[in-house]
Design a protein. Structure first.
Length: 133
């Protein structure tokens, strides 16, 4: 009986600790960066400006996370289950700076009204993220 109580107590403590872990500990910035890069690539391959903008929004959402600069709640966040966004989930200052630059380029691509300019921004975002991975 005492052994069962001890096991249950230990199990309960482990579950409680797992539930109380901060999101940053569980975050996977690397997968958020890879996912953002995939969507930047999809933006490059899009046939029209709407497709480029859509996929750049997805990439940006992965980078900045909810509440971040340019996060679009009306667009898909393919990284919603991976963490709070690659930028907030990254501790390394150099890597964070590179991710901020990629996010700025994604925002520029989203603002572009010319298909070629938007695709160039998407190409640049993809290349920038490949260097950070």
């Amino acid at each position: 009986m005492r052994k069962t109580f001890s096991c249950n107590l230990l199990l309960g403590a482990a579950v409680a600790a797992a539930l109380l872990l901060p999101t940053a500990v569980l975050a996977d910035a690397h997968s958020e960066i890879v996912n953002a890069g995939v969507h930047a690539g999809l933006a490059v391959g899009s046939a029209d400006i709407a497709g480029v903008h859509t996929h750049l929004h997805h990439a940006l959402n992965c980078l900045v996370g909810p509440g971040g600069n340019g996060f679009a709640a009306n667009e898909m966040n393919p990284c919603a289950q991976a963490g709070s966004g690659a930028i907030p989930d990254t501790a390394d200052a150099t890597k964070k700076s590179a991710l901020e630059a990629a996010a700025a380029e994604a925002r520029a691509g989203i603002a572009a009204t010319d298909l070629a300019a938007a695709k160039k921004a998407a190409t640049d975002v993809k290349a920038m993220l490949a260097k950070v991975e």
